[in-house]
Design a protein around this ligand. Structure first.
Ligand SMILES: [Mg+2]
Length: 405
């Protein structure tokens, strides 16, 4: 490969806290926690002042309060954060030809080829300054030849700074860092690596690729590549999607309520999973029903931002109960989630139930590995597969096995 890429990773610093500080400057310089405020809540974001007490995001709020009783705790407002996130996106969109938005506060920018005219580092620095000036939010970036190295570099640059990793120095840059800094290494993988005696990225670099493969499977192979600064994944142009939906037309019009309910749950569950995979949340649920006489009815319900089965499915079922009131055969049912925003994982942390969050994460991991239908709600067992399609990658949806029109 002869050409070299220039990839920037930008990440807003303690994003939710920074937004709150713009709205209330009295929060400046203080330990601030944002997240679920009940006893079972989880920290979604915390200021650097709070981190000094050993607090980190995803920690139970109860524990965080014990570590720092004087911390200011805020419930969080995803609507406000979405607005600030859009402001940042606008500045980036104006300045660069190709960018990807991976969460409410994270962006990849492909500046390949721009160096001939401007110098990528200068361009990225100027963009960062413009974001800070125009939105008031602190942001950091890493610049390198690929996404993984740049993301890790951003982590090293923080808070409110920038780092450039010169081409050819990726391995020595990564070598002294903890393997935990590799984006895909979570707690479970970290523990597995520690059990192997692997703590620093350098150790992975010195291991034969085959060994990592043998011990940790496909995951090990990816970790080995990242540890060695290898990552060919492209920056995928971001398009804002406002809604996702799915419909089912029955082969035979039906009044089988058990079957209807099962399919509705499966549809809602699948769409919610797609939301989480795309790092999105919905604030509006719509249900649609068409009877055998072709009369179609829809009803919608606004909800607090969510991508969680246990908050969304009851709303869908409730709409179904309200709408299904004619004594006629049903021809079609549909579910739509709209008013979508980014920031799935972090904003899900506002939900006050730690147990549900962990359950949901575990289920999604199994789905990633074994397919969408590996784990489903028992009530939805009857329904056929909806799809493995990810609506946020820009790919067209697959055709569903509906009856021919
Ligand atoms: Mg961030």
């Amino acid at each position: 490969m002869s050409y070299e890429r220039s990839i920037v990773h930008m990440d807003l610093d303690t994003f939710f806290v920074s937004c709150e500080r713009l709205l209330d400057s009295r929060l400046n310089g203080k330990p601030v926690l944002i997240g679920g405020t009940s006893d079972r809540g989880v920290v979604a974001s915390c200021s650097y002042e709070a981190r000094r007490f050993g607090i980190h995001s995803a920690m139970p709020m109860r524990l965080a309060k014990q570590l720092c009783p004087e911390a200011i705790i805020l419930r969080g407002n995803s609507g406000v954060y979405t607005k600030f996130s859009q402001n940042v996106t606008e500045v980036i969109k104006e300045a660069v030809p190709l960018y990807e938005k991976t969460s409410v506060d994270e962006f990849y920018i492909d500046l390949t080829g721009m160096d001939k005219f401007f110098g990528c580092h200068k361009l990225a620095s100027e963009l960062r300054q413009r974001i800070i000036k125009e939105t008031g939010l602190p942001i950091s970036f890493g610049l390198s030849i690929n996404k993984t190295v740049s993301k890790i570099a951003t982590g090293e640059a923080k808070p409110n700074n920038e780092i450039r990793i010169l081409s050819g120095t990726e391995k020595p840059f990564l070598a002294p860092l903890s393997v935990k800094k590799i984006p895909m290494v979570g707690n479970v993988t970290y523990k597995a690596l520690c059990d192997l005696g692997v703590k620093r990225i350098k150790t992975v670099q010195e291991m034969p690729m085959e060994l990592m493969h043998r011990v940790l499977g496909q995951n090990g192979l990816s970790i080995w590549k990242k540890a060695n600064g290898i990552d060919n994944s492209p920056v995928v142009q971001y398009h804002e999607r406002k809604s996702i939906s799915t419909e089912r037309t029955f082969n035979k019009d039906t009044t089988d309520v058990a079957k209807l309910k099962g399919i509705i749950i499966a549809m809602a569950e699948n769409l919610a999973y797609q939301l989480r995979r795309g790092n999105k949340l919905t604030a509006c649920v719509t249900f649609k029903i068409r009877y055998s006489d072709f009369q179609t009815y829809t009803q919608q319900q606004r909800i607090p931002y969510s991508a969680m089965d246990h908050t969304i499915i009851p709303v869908v079922l409730d709409l179904y109960r309200k709408l299904y009131n004619r004594r006629l055969l049903v021809r079609l049912i549909g579910v739509k989630f709209s008013h979508l925003v980014e920031g799935g994982h972090q904003i899900n942390l506002f939900e006050d139930n730690e147990k549900q969050l962990h359950l949901s994460e575990a289920i999604d991991k199994m789905r990633e590995r074994y397919g969408d239908r590996a784990v489903i709600n028992a009530a939805g067992m009857e329904a056929k597969s909806i799809s493995r399609w990810n609506p946020f990658t820009g790919e067209p949806p697959p055709l569903l096995a509906n009856r021919r029109q």
